[in-house]
Design a protein around this ligand. Structure first.
Ligand SMILES: [Zn+2]
Length: 275
């Protein structure tokens, strides 16, 4: 299998994989979606009662939302994850008690009126562990209302809950192979393509400018029943794309997904040998 990068951003990747099979492309998709671990908030403690600010004003620890809804929203915040630092809580040396190797603790203390944002989640210890996107709204507090929360983030995978899913929009398509046989109806064919794949030169020749943008819709083929253009999907090459929520970089996700597939294949092979 060969990988050719088209775009590799911090949170977005687009690449071509060649000399492989649809099964392998799907294995990579599945690994990216639910096998790559990330940190996510799993436990939330709400502190009840009244609070006083520095000026002596009293606030009631209550919010317009149910605690469960707030906890769910906190679970979906992108927590920065260094996979070399963290381990699963149940496999940690602390025996599942919670320690810096397996848990990140955030505190949230806020009084209204205000909008509580993800930037209000303060990590205990390293400030680099602040939530990746600071502008995610969590809840609205009215005058006299306040929240005091301690939230614990742990490592997990989306096999257990979607909050541990770092990749979104994971998809692939067969590599389009476009052959131009005639330029007789060049302009008509170029205009028929919704993705602007074709160009028409000054001399009227039909050219393929952006083959990777082709979505195999066959609009160009339908113009003259395939007399001018032939479009097929190469079943051994795939154009792959996905985005991350920011907790892991796109590159780290690809490397980890490949590692997971490789480990799975090795474990399977060992099981077969044992039989
Ligand atoms: Zn631990």
């Amino acid at each position: 299998m060969e990988i050719e990068t088209i775009e590799m951003g911090e949170k977005k990747a687009r690449f071509v994989i060649r000399d492989t099979s649809p099964a392998m492309a799907n294995a990579l998709r599945r690994a990216l979606v639910n096998k790559v671990p990330k940190m996510a908030i799993d436990t939330v403690e709400f502190h009840l009662g009244s609070m006083r600010d520095e000026e002596g004003k009293e606030y009631e620890s209550k919010t317009p939302l149910f605690d469960e809804i707030i906890a769910h929203r906190l679970g979906l915040l992108p927590v920065p994850t260094d996979l070399s630092l963290y381990t699963y809580k149940d496999k940690c040396v602390c025996g599942g008690e919670g320690c810096p190797n397996c848990t990140i603790i955030y505190s949230l203390v806020k009084s209204g009126p205000c909008t509580v944002l993800s930037s209000d989640m303060v990590p205990l210890g390293d400030p680099n562990l602040a939530i990746c996107d600071p502008d995610i709204p969590i809840l609205e507090l009215g005058d006299g209302q306040s929240v005091m929360i301690y939230a614990h983030a742990v490592l997990g995978t989306a096999e257990n809950h979607a909050k541990w899913q770092a990749a979104s929009g994971v998809g692939y398509k067969y590599m389009p192979v476009i052959t131009v046989k005639s330029s007789k109806r060049a302009q008509e064919i170029a205009d028929s393509c919704p993705r602007g794949v074709f160009t028409v030169s000054a001399s009227g020749d039909l050219g393929v400018e952006k083959p990777l943008d082709c979505m195999l819709c066959d609009s160009c083929v339908e113009v003259d029943g395939g007399e001018s253009v032939e479009v097929v999907g190469d079943e051994t090459s795939f154009v792959f794309s996905f985005e991350t929520d920011g907790s892991l970089s796109a590159e780290t996700m690809i490397l980890k997904a490949c590692e997971v597939i490789s480990e799975g294949a090795k474990a399977f092979s060992e099981s077969v040998d044992a039989l």
